[in-house]
Design a binder for this molecule. Structure first.
Ligand code: SAH
Length: 285
């Protein structure tokens, strides 16, 4: 059966039949804009050898479009009430596979190896559940899974942060993780009216193209990101105050290191570029 999953009446009927009610806690805002999903699928740039991992299939509105352009689509969905719906809406696609579970609890590298062994490239595409935007992005970046590209719908503010370069006001710790692993760009904005139920915020689709190797040479990623997180932990405070209180590094040592970098002792985290952080981390060893 070919359902129009952007038609509110069709969606209503499908959901009622299966006794489904939207869960705010699970970030359930389904796309009902008939232009957005085809556009996301097209901009992902797939062919028959591409494997796509989707996070949160919902009723399959995006999944369907992904199945049309990719070789194989694997969707992870947590809410078991949606499994019978997905069977109904995606049953016709033999390149679709549902993984029942919580994306945060899966071994991604293993899952990708298992599901996409025959694929020449692997991409992630999703209209993310917004309550776990940063954790999911961090999981994908740190997973050691062979991912070439991540194209996701996120809250507009999150899109700005994720695509921000360090040294600008929009940047945060997650921006550093993105900048370390690849390159991010904002693709297009999506208004709140494109979702059911309509959320209180607008959204945007971003793309992160992952580099083959990290973009910066860092001795210990663990120490580097601990420093970056500490610097942004209290972002209104000076970097010295935020880092010294979070990591228990003496202020004098931080002051000396900043001086060596030619930075003022009153700088805040948002004023440091990625290169500054890399050098600062090396100096603090
Ligand atoms: N892709 C669909 C649904 C987006 S809403 C669409 O665009 O319409 C987000 C989806 O993520 C919901 O279906 C929700 O149940 C699912 N979800 C929420 N938390 C999850 C988790 N931890 N792991 C996997 N899926 C999750």
């Amino acid at each position: 059966m070919d359902y129009n999953l952007c038609d509110i009446n069709t969606v209503d009927r499908l959901l009622k039949k299966n006794g489904f009610r939207f869960s705010k806690a699970l970030g359930q805002n389904f796309l009902i804009d008939d232009e957005v999903c085809p556009k996301m699928a097209e901009m992902l740039g797939c062919d028959e050898n591409t494997g796509v991992l989707e996070i949160g299939a919902g009723i399959g509105v995006l999944t369907k479009e992904l199945c049309r352009v990719a070789g194989k689509v694997v969707s992870v969905e947590l809410d078991s009430r949606l499994y019978p719906v997905l069977e109904e809406t995606l049953g016709d696609f033999d390149n679709f596979e549902l993984v029942e579970g919580d994306i945060m609890k899966l071994d991604l590298a293993q899952l990708m190896d298992e599901k996409f062994s025959g694929c020449s490239s692997v991409k992630v595409c999703a209209n993310l559940p917004y309550y776990i935007t940063s954790p999911v992005i961090m999981l994908l970046l740190e997973s050691n899974a062979k991912i070439d590209e991540i194209e996701v719908m996120v809250q507009k503010e999150a899109a700005e942060r994720l695509t921000a370069k360090l040294g600008t006001r929009e940047a945060g710790a997650v921006s550093a993780a993105v900048q370390y692993a690849g390159e991010a760009e904002l693709l297009f904005n999506v208004g709140r009216e494109s979702f059911m139920p309509s959320p209180k915020v607008d959204s945007a689709v971003i793309k992160i193209t992952l580099s083959k190797a990290p973009n910066y040479k860092i001795d210990s990623e663990k120490e580097f990101f601990a420093l970056v997180r500490a610097a942004f932990a209290q972002r209104r405070k000076t970097l010295i105050n935020s880092v010294s209180s979070t990591l228990k590094i003496p202020k004098g040592r931080l002051d000396t290191a900043l001086y060596e970098l030619g930075l003022d002792s009153s700088v805040r985290a948002e004023e440091l570029t990625m290169e500054d952080f890399v050098k600062l981390c090396a100096l603090l060893k």
